[in-house]
Design a protein around this ligand. Structure first.
Ligand code: AMP
Ligand code: GLY
Length: 424
């Protein structure tokens, strides 16, 4: 099969690495890819939302399947675009249609979905400009801290955890009346704060049955000891020790099954990934959010643990026979350490020459924000590389990934040296 993978980050590098190992994968194209994805396939210079450009490429190159990495093309309807086109509708797209992608694209939609299907989540209410006064009164009676979420996609910045009533009320006003997050905050979900440890659970579904992929823990803060600003993710570990069989059983029964069944009951076709961000609150799982795609940098720890042919699993999704496919998961531990650009997550340095990649020996160096400039690989994004090590025990995996991350050099390089050590 010829596959077109959409995206350019560490997640897509991990997908490309895994897919390129499949005997079923003939040609692999990555649009637009990065300097590292050329190890696994051919980069195609197309934007992830250039649907017409993607169409032309698919038709000209005999593409048999599209795997969509990031949320933006899904929320903008790439799957619907394919289904509505005579020439494209036979080409399966892995990733939900626009309506289902609202699980990520609209926090209000996803909260209402969870409420309809009695899926455990924080209590919440949604407000608009018209109901601002109700929102302000509601905040005055709600406990603290309180969480405010812009309804739409806001590049990972639309969630505010407010510690005082004054801050919460001011933020609500700014979000609703001053478009603090643009259109995304024309609706705001106000949500109870959940105390606990976070976990990312990944479900692959053909819309009828599902497989639970390896779970992972993501480290979101820039600073060691989980301090400082939020980032896209500074590292990940899979498996997660506290997600034992009993806990995962609860996740499956109270969250995964009602989610997949809920989609079916409501007639929402869904072929792709459901990323469930959840909080372990004293042993009970609560959904923080859904995403309609895999996580980054979780995918970099998840893919190396999948022993089965990933292409075969995706084919099961496309053909609706996922239940016939085998998902074999390695008992080994994967740890990922992300190297970021100086200044990230604020304004960051760009176009810095990267050296030392050849010294990475016990890990895979997944490229994220990199590009090729002549003979040089240069930085081209906030998250530059994701260094993943798969080992028999957690200590070795963490130590090896951290050691290999230290073997890379570019001006301004930063990485956390404590990823996963809280789990030992
Ligand atoms: P999201 O953009 O929905 O992933 O939210 C960003 C981060 O905010 C999450 O990863 C959590 O760390 C935190 N967060 C979101 N909702 C809540 C909540 N209800 N309680 C506590 N933390 C939350
Ligand atoms: N690692 C979190 C995300 O991909 O949204």
């Amino acid at each position: 099969m010829n596959i077109l993978l959409i995206g350019s980050g560490g997640r897509e590098s991990a997908f490309a690495w895994k897919l390129s190992q499949s005997p079923k994968c003939n040609q692999l194209f990555i649009a637009p890819g990065n300097a590292g994805t050329t190890q696994y396939g051919t980069n195609v210079d197309l934007k992830v939302t250039d649907f017409e450009g993607i169409k032309a490429f698919v038709l000209a190159n005999g593409i048999d399947m599209i795997l969509v990495g990031p949320e933006e093309p899904l929320v903008k309807g790439i799957h619907d675009f394919f289904l509505n086109d005579e020439g494209l509708k036979k080409v399966p797209v892995i990733g939900p249609q626009q309506y289902g992608a609202q699980l990520e694209g609209s926090k209000d939609f996803s909260k209402q979905f969870m409420q309809r299907h009695h899926i455990p989540t924080a209590a919440s209410r949604t407000f608009t400009r018209d109901t601002l006064q109700d929102g302000l009164s509601y905040l005055a009676t709600a406990g603290l801290p309180i969480v405010l979420k812009a309804d739409g996609l806001a590049a990972g910045k639309g969630v505010l955890i407010c510690l005082t009533l004054q801050e919460a009320q001011q933020e609500l006003v700014e979000m609703l009346t001053e478009a603090k997050f643009g259109d995304a905050s024309s609706k705001v979900v106000v949500e109870q704060f959940l105390q606990g440890i976070e976990l990312s659970v990944f479900v692959l579904t053909d819309g009828n049955t599902y497989k639970i992929l390896p779970e992972a823990k993501d480290y979101k803060r820039i600073g060691e000891g989980d301090t400082g600003l939020n980032t896209g993710g500074m590292g990940s570990v899979s498996p997660v020790p506290f997600a034992d069989a009993a806990f995962m059983q609860k996740v499956e029964q109270t969250i995964v099954i009602p989610t997949v069944e809920g989609l079916k009951q409501e007639g929402i076709p869904y072929k792709g990934f459901i990323f469930i961000g959840l909080m372990n609150c004293a042993g009970e799982p609560y959904v923080i959010e859904y995403n309609c795609r895999m996580g980054d940098p979780e995918t970099e720890s998840v893919m190396p643990r999948i022993e089965s042919d990933f292409m075969d699993l995706l084919q099961g999704v496309a053909e609706g026979n996922l239940h016939e496919k085998e998902l074999k998961i390695s008992d080994k531990i994967a740890a990922t350490v992300v190297c970021v650009a100086g200044g990230y997550p604020g304004e960051y340095l760009k176009n810095k020459v990267i050296s030392g990649l050849e010294n990475v020996r016990g890990s895979i160096a997944f490229h994220a924000g990199t590009s090729q400039q002549g003979d040089d690989v240069i930085t081209n994004g906030g998250r530059v590389l994701a260094i993943t090590s798969l080992q028999d025990n957690m200590f070795d995996a963490l130590q090896q990934a951290t050691l290999d991350a230290s073997r890379i050099y570019y001006d301004g390089k930063y990485f956390r040296k404590d990823i996963g050590f809280d789990l030992i």
